[in-house]
Design a protein around this ligand. Structure first.
Ligand SMILES: [Zn+2]
Ligand SMILES: [Zn+2]
Length: 379
């Protein structure tokens, strides 16, 4: 029996008291608070976290650009760990299993889930808690809500469908990135854009998801691969991870710069920022027959996108929205882990900095300052 399996026998089934970074209000620093974490209910598992990525979606919660979220809130949509206990009726998972967490467990029954697309589930578990939407975190008897799988908690409770087993060969800290950035970015390139070898790709926004899209474009055999951002550090990361060209969008019209590098425009434009003008620029940079894929999560009050309809019609161009890289996590997580283990998807190279739990707030400040490819909170 493994050490983790012995450990889990001592805690399974009991409420735990642990320190968790909590967002108490918009634009406030995360506070490390002592919370009670309930045992898993039917259909749920409790996971002892190994690592959690610091995702831009959570930054939207911190800075208030995603409105209407319940508070106090435990953040984190990207992580990996070890199953500590399982609730009733859970099959195929047991304590000690190493898992990457999917933030889109889906209902498992609707038409979208049936076709392997839980990211667009028609009846997803309600936001803010466990499988029924009620929180498993408490403080002084008051509820503390979950932001998706709430991976910043050292122990979190999630629907069992969101726990995807991964092989022992992959380190769980880097595997955490498969839970959001890698699956969204690589999935956007491979599943949504369906990039083929030799086609050209531009990636707008070279944060964690955009850089994952660059990695996905390399896997697909795309060339050229153009990274677009306004920050020099991000463009350096893009080059290091496989971009053949970079465009500094702060130094003039990015569409003109892309068309100078790739005459006629690109076959695929991946938008890894939630920004209307980036969608417009990405669409305008497309070659005839090209596809623009929106991956970035737009803030609540993002203005409407304006597109020239003749470019859509005459050039037979396509604009696609893609949630979670149009992925099916039980299929795609092992696929991306397998590519990593084969040396074809160096996801460890995305990690710019590691943080301890009490540095979670610093991780957000670094993310907001544009200094990170991906930050990782390691428990
Ligand atoms: Zn995310
Ligand atoms: Zn569903």
């Amino acid at each position: 029996m493994s050490v983790s399996a012995i450990e889990t026998q001592q805690t399974a089934g009991r409420p735990l008291e642990i320190d968790v970074p909590v967002l108490v209000a918009v634009n406030q620093p995360l506070e490390l608070q002592r919370l009670v974490v309930d045992p898993p209910q039917a259909g749920e598992v409790r996971v002892k976290m190994t690592a959690s990525g610091v995702c831009h979606s959570c930054l939207h919660a911190v800075d208030g650009t995603h409105e209407g979220l319940p508070m106090p809130l435990v953040l984190g949509d990207e992580g990996a760990g070890v199953i500590e206990s399982v609730g009733g009726g859970v099959t195929g998972l047991e304590p000690g299993d190493r898992v990457v967490i999917s933030w889109a467990p889906g209902c498992g029954r609707c038409a979208s889930c049936e076709r392997g697309r839980p990211g667009v589930c028609l009846d997803p578990p309600p936001f803010g808690g466990g499988i029924d939407g009620t929180p498993r975190f408490h403080r002084d008897g008051e509820p503390v809500y979950h932001y998706g799988p709430a991976t910043y908690a050292p122990y979190t409770v999630i629907p069992a469908r969101g726990a995807i087993k991964v092989p022992d060969a992959i380190e769980l800290d880097v595997a955490a990135l498969v839970g959001c950035a890698i699956t969204t970015g690589c999935g956007g390139v491979l599943n949504a854009a369906r990039v083929r070898a030799g086609e050209s790709v531009a990636v707008f926004g070279c944060g964690g998801i955009g850089l994952s899209a660059v990695l996905g474009a390399v896997v697909a055999g795309a060339t050229p691969i153009v990274g677009v951002d306004v920050r020099a550090a991000k463009l350096d990361y893009a080059r290091e991870l496989g971009a053949t060209d970079v465009v500094d969008a702060s130094a003039g019209d990015p569409v003109e710069q892309i068309k100078a590098a790739v005459p006629g425009g690109v076959d695929h434009a991946i938008v890894a920022v939630g920004d209307a003008s980036a969608v417009e620029q990405a669409f305008t940079s497309l070659a005839v027959g090209g596809t623009c894929v929106l991956l970035g999560n737009p803030p609540t009050r993002t203005p409407a996108v304006q597109l020239p309809p003749h470019q859509l019609l005459v050039g037979e161009r396509t604009l696609v929205g893609s949630v979670y890289g149009s992925s099916n996590p039980p299929v795609d997580f092992p696929r991306f882990v397998g590519l990593h283990l084969a040396g074809k998807l160096p996801l460890d190279r995305l990690v710019t900095r590691r943080y301890a739990l009490d540095e979670a707030d610093q991780a957000f400040r670094d993310l907001a300052a544009g200094e990170l490819a991906r930050g990782l909170i390691v428990f």
